[in-house]
Design a protein around this ligand. Structure first.
Ligand code: FAD
Ligand code: NAD
Length: 464
């Protein structure tokens, strides 16, 4: 049995853990990171990156297929495309391999020691790791728990065979003829849309009354419309009963009738849960907040010297939140004065069209007691959107009525994901409607929608 000691131990090399370790290493903190699988965690290996690769491949295929079957207003003619999904998956795997080996390189460059294996707490100052070379004991002064999350399964639809999670969906080598998606949240709609675009007959079953129930209906309406155009059947207010007698799925529809849905594959995407099992949480007895580890504004847990970051600490379970927490904790461990004071954590849903939210929606702002001004600019009136053949969607800006300080910016539209940084920057800088209105926005870009939404809120729009 080998023993090492360090100042900082990070458990889990997902976006939270690896960011924390890299920053700590840069600051000269003697750091060790333990990872049981591959560096990059859910995000790089089976989450953000591979899903966006598949979505890109599906968009490319769909665009060519639409031109081939319906002709093009742009005068382009092509033959019917064919997709070799195994090649697309190999391309996606290549991106994942490049990024994960890049993370290993960055960790090494920051002088972080990487230990491969499964970590388990012995007590509040010691972890043991089962490595290929035997048991490794690591003594540390401070520790960061960044163990992430895993998919929730439904007891009557356990993963296996045709019932797959997002991980299984991202590894399929052939396009399923029919795909039933359970859960119209982030993953269900991102991946369901991609599979519909490459030829699957997709049905989405959602328990709530609306798709993407975390978002307001005004924002999700353009997505719901596009799902219909793509031929995706959406059954909201429906309850899954279990597998059908001859494969497929048995559901109770919103009107109370029982329906059987044919399915070559059933993709279950009903949420993710924090990964809190099997690594000795019971040995350190941390205070919990529901299923998550309770943290304060410095990501400190209830035990001195023990921090937690990322998905294991709660919503929103997003990679950029985990990274921002990781960077902050590394600086705290290095002795800097830091605390979580971010105005917003933006969220992007890579549906078609994409949805971006930062800060408060009009409804959230009212619930929080604000009197608000709201400006909305529809992409129908955007020259840039027309040149991209996508006039669906809008940008919406929410500001305090009294001093015009921005409270939130939301957008839905093709390609709006890339506008998310402007939304967050404006909120983080404490911008007012006038600041946005007096910023020259380049023409022709979708970002002019932000300017126009601010002008609309100020009751002096130019282009609508
Ligand atoms: P994780 O990335 O889950 O990493 C945790 C790591 O810890 C894992 O590598 C695990 O092997 C390791 N580990 C756990 N326990 C131990 C142990 N005891 N010993 C050693 N190692 C251990 N978020 C976005 O912001 N944008 C997106 O577009 C997006 N798309 C997504 C698409 C899909 C299909 C999925 C599933 C998720 C997506 N997410 C997205 C969410 C994002 O992946 C997570 O929020 C993010 O990965 C969380 O980072 P983390 O560091 O907290 O944990
Ligand atoms: P989600 O919470 O986004 O959506 C789950 C959906 O399943 C909800 O609409 C819920 O009402 C529905 N549901 C729950 N139980 C059901 C049942 N029995 N029958 C039918 N519907 C049911 O969860 P997800 O899509 O699994 O994604 C998990 C998390 O991963 C997200 O919350 C997000 O934090 C992260 N993620 C982010 C991105 C992104 O940032 N673009 C992409 C993918 C995943």
């Amino acid at each position: 049995m080998k023993e090492i000691s360090c100042t900082l131990l990070v458990i889990g090399a997902g976006p939270g853990g690896y960011t924390c370790a890299i920053r700590a290493g840069q600051l000269g903190v003697d750091t060790v990171i333990v990872e049981a699988k591959k560096p990059g965690g859910t995000c790089l290996n089976i989450g953000c990156i591979p899903s966006k690769a598949l979505i890109h491949a599906a968009n490319e295929f769909r665009t060519i297929a639409e031109i081939a079957t319906g002709g093009s207003r742009l005068g382009i003619a092509v033959g019917r495309p064919e997709l070799d999904l195994s090649k697309a998956v190999a391309w996606k795997d290549g991106i994942v391999a490049r990024l994960t080996s890049g993370v290993s390189g960055l960790l090494k460059r920051s002088k972080v020691k990487i230990v491969e294996g499964w970590a388990r707490f012995r007590d509040g100052k010691t972890v043991e790791v089962e490595t290929e070379l035997g048991l490794q004991v690591i003594r540390f002064e401070q520790v960061v728990i960044a163990t992430g999350s895993e998919p929730v399964d439904l007891p009557f639809l356990p993963f296996g065979g045709p019932i797959i999670s997002s991980t299984g969906a991202l590894e399929l080598k052939e396009v399923p003829g029919s795909l039933v998606v359970v859960g119209a949240g982030y993953i269900g709609l991102e991946l369901g849309t991609a599979f519909a675009k490459i030829g699957s007959a997709v049905t989405v079953v959602e328990a709530q009354a609306h798709i993407l129930p975390h978002y307001d209906v005004e924002l999700t309406r353009p997505v719901a419309k596009r799902l219909g155009e793509l031929g995706i059947a959406v059954l909201t207010g429906a309850r899954v009963k279990g597998p059908g007698p001859d494969g497929g799925l048995s559901i109770e529809a919103a009107d109370g009738t029982t329906r059987r849905l044919a399915a070559d594959r059933i993709l279950v995407t009903v949420g993710r849960k924090p990964f809190t099992q099997g690594w000795g949480l019971d040995q350190i007895d941390l205070e919990m907040e529901g299923p998550f580890i309770r943290i304060d504004d410095r990501c400190r847990t209830s035990m001195r010297g023990v921090y937690a970051i990322g998905d294991v600490t709660g919503e929103p379970m997003l990679a950029h939140r985990a990274m921002a927490q990781g960077e902050m904790v590394a600086e705290i461990v290095a002795g800097h004065k830091r605390a979580w004071d971010r105005v917003s954590i933006p969220a992007v849903c890579f549906t078609d069209p994409e949805i971006v939210t930062a800060g408060l929606s009009p409804e959230d702002a009212k619930v929080a007691g604000h009197d608000v001004k709201v400006g909305l600019f529809p992409f129908q009136a955007s020259g840039r959107a027309m040149t991209l053949e996508r006039g669906d969607g809008f940008i919406r800006i929410v500001a305090r009525a009294d001093n015009h300080v921005l409270l939130g910016i939301q957008g839905v539209g093709a390609g709006v994901a890339e506008l998310s940084a402007s939304f967050s920057l404006a909120l983080e800088m404490g911008a007012r409607l006038e600041d946005v209105a007096e910023t020259v926005h380049a023409h022709p870009t979708l970002s002019e929608g932000i300017l126009e939404a601010a002008l609309k809120a100020l009751a002096r729009p130019i282009h609508v």
